[in-house]
Write a protein that binds this ligand. Structure first.
Ligand code: 4NP
Length: 153
């Protein structure tokens, strides 16, 4: 069984590229396809924020060549599971859902954590570099659970 997973955030330059890179670095690539996308069109065509590239590199994960693209309705066809980072992403993606089948594919990524129910991955864009470490750690924790639950490794 092959699982296709899409990570979504507002800009596709800070959080979702990290989530994409972390997941890809830990799974059996024959079992999983991973991608990421933005709800906004603000940074289309760019590479991730240098602070995300840098924190990922510290953990041995290379996200420097990822390219921003915007989420589209076609993604509901192309992916089995869509993980969003926060409530605002959730509302934006759900607003494009055509039916229940689409809606059911969308999950907030920290819901995977026991104590994470309905929590947001904080947007680190306007903050200090520490924010990126915090985001990395939270995402890694959630992704470890997802890998175990979905048997992706
Ligand atoms: P991301 O962070 O959604 O995690 O990629 C942001 C990136 C850019 C902006 C906001 C959040 N922005 O305002 O341009």
């Amino acid at each position: 069984m092959h699982t296709k997973i899409l990570m979504v955030c507002l800009g596709n330059i800070c959080r979702s590229p990290l989530a994409e890179g972390i997941l890809r670095s830990k799974v059996d690539k024959s079992k999983v396809t991973v991608d990421s996308a933005a709800t906004s069109n603000w940074h289309i065509g760019k590479t991730p924020d240098p602070r995300s590239i840098s924190i990922a590199k510290e953990f041995g994960v290379d996200i420097s060549t990822l390219i921003v693209r915007q989420f589209t309705v076609q993604d509901f066809e192309d992916f089995d599971i869509i993980f969003v980072m926060d409530e605002s992403n959730y509302k934006d993606v759900i607003s494009l859902a055509r039916d229940d089948k689409d809606t059911k594919k969308v999950n907030k990524i920290l819901d995977s954590l026991q104590d994470g129910n309905n929590l947001d991955v904080p947007d680190p864009y306007y903050g200090e570099k520490d924010g990126f470490l915090e985001v990395y750690k939270k995402l890694e924790e959630a992704i470890e659970v997802i890998i175990r639950e979905l048997k992706l490794a």
